[in-house]
Design a protein around this ligand. Structure first.
Ligand code: SF4
Length: 143
């Protein structure tokens, strides 16, 4: 069968998207096998309901209105999220991130790698490691 221009497949081709995600995997694994920068750097905030998550895979949870009055960063740095971050720093998989764990258990890269690579979040990894904190303001806010 005659091929049209562009139909051929280059077996050695690797997209920048995939290369960046593989690089992200290596860098994230230097912190822990369950570490994900989206939990620090990304926020989906639903102001009308008071709910949020970081990224969009885990279920939404509510921010504490009293905590926000004292410090607006509590919109993102909820007690629940800080606990999930702590788990990640310790190498434990937060159950709410099951979407990524299912991919990785099938030897695939997950959004844990793709999202942080595509958003350029790895630049902040060094800073986060220096601070080694579980509080941070989001770099990316959705919604
Ligand atoms: S679901 Fe995946 S990409 Fe989202 S915060 Fe959890 S580990 Fe990161």
């Amino acid at each position: 069968m005659k091929q049209n221009k562009g139909d051929g497949v280059d077996e050695n081709f690797k997209s920048d998207f995939l290369s960046d995600a593989e690089q992200a995997q290596q860098k994230l694994d230097t912190v822990s096998p369950s570490f994900c920068l989206a939990k620090w750097k990304q926020l989906s905030l639903h102001l009308t309901t008071g709910m949020n998550n970081s990224c969009y895979h885990p279920p939404l949870h509510r921010a504490d209105a009293d905590a926000i009055k004292l410090n607006p960063s509590a919109l993102h740095n909820t007690d629940f999220k800080k606990q999930q971050r702590k788990l990640m720093l310790e190498g434990t998989r937060p159950p709410e991130c099951s979407y990524c764990w299912a991919m990785e258990d099938n030897n695939k890269l997950s959004d844990r790698h793709y999202v942080v690579a595509s958003l350029g979040q790895l630049k902040t990894l060094k800073l986060l490691r220096m601070l080694h904190g579980i509080k941070t303001l989001p770099q990316v806010m959705l919604k």
